[in-house]
Write a protein that binds this ligand. Sequence first.
Ligand SMILES: C[S@@+](CC[C@H](N)C(=O)[O-])C[C@H]1O[C@@H](n2cnc3c(N)ncnc32)[C@H](O)[C@@H]1O
Length: 284
Amino acid sequence: MLITNLINLYVKKFNAAGINNSLEEIRSMIQEILKIDLATQLIEKELIINEKQKKLIKEYLDRRLKREPFDRIMKKKIFRDFELDINHNTFSPRSETELLIDIIIDMKLNPKHILELGTGSGAISIALMKNFPKAKCIATDINQKSLDLAKQNAKKNYVLNQINFICCNWLDIFVNFDFDIILANPPYIKTEVIKKLEPEVRNYDPIISLDGGKNGIDCYKKIILGLAQKPFSKNSKILFEIGYDQAQKVEKLMKEANIMQTSVFKDYSNQPRFVIGTITKSTS
Ligand SMILES: C[S@@+](CC[C@H](N)C(=O)[O-])C[C@H]1O[C@@H](n2cnc3c(N)ncnc32)[C@H](O)[C@@H]1O
């Protein structure tokens, strides 16, 4: 079969299924499955694939047609300049989150100790450790299966010796804080909205990684309450990824807990995406 015929057939099927960027996705999948790069696919339009190759591609594309996300089918995801393994137990990191790493680098803090709450696949902590090779990090999650994957990803990216993985509920086990940076991309979708999300999200990201409670801000409340109630170091930077409409609410919660000098950063789609603040009053 001609590869172009197979591509054209599936572009129609993908479009009918409501999948955006169908041609791009199909080509990328073929590139991954058969290791036929994009240039070859474009130039050699007469390229013929054998029955075995056709069967394999169809199997993967049919899964995508059922709205299984590309990265979950391929069991891997590129985050910034490195590769992460992905499995069904864990939230798949989003490209918006990559910007958080640049924001931290631009802050020129030279951090030594970092705490990431809710690490998922480990994407943020691994990226930070790669950029700050002298730093150490504690990466937590309530989901032990996520932590197992995060550990595997840290090993794969040669930063395992810098990260301590701990299974816990937000700040519950922490007695005091001595971190230069505390950061989290917690679940922030309103419970009611989850069933309206795209099938790629609602059917594949674990609910515990999405559900932010009735107003979407339950996890921020819990984390910020933990910060307010326990001794923590003055001048620690607190960074949250947020939903596009949550900046004001999260800033307010932060200020009420003496996390001041807050600022909001937008993502590449010009949506508010991160809130950053500084702990101004030591409670120790
Ligand atoms: C939106 S995902 C973010 C994962 C990862 N940090 C990222 O940006 O790709 C939220 C993560 O918080 C974790 N989580 C949910 N509730 C938690 C809790 N009570 N304590 C710690 N982690 C929690 C989830 O298991 C999930 O891995």
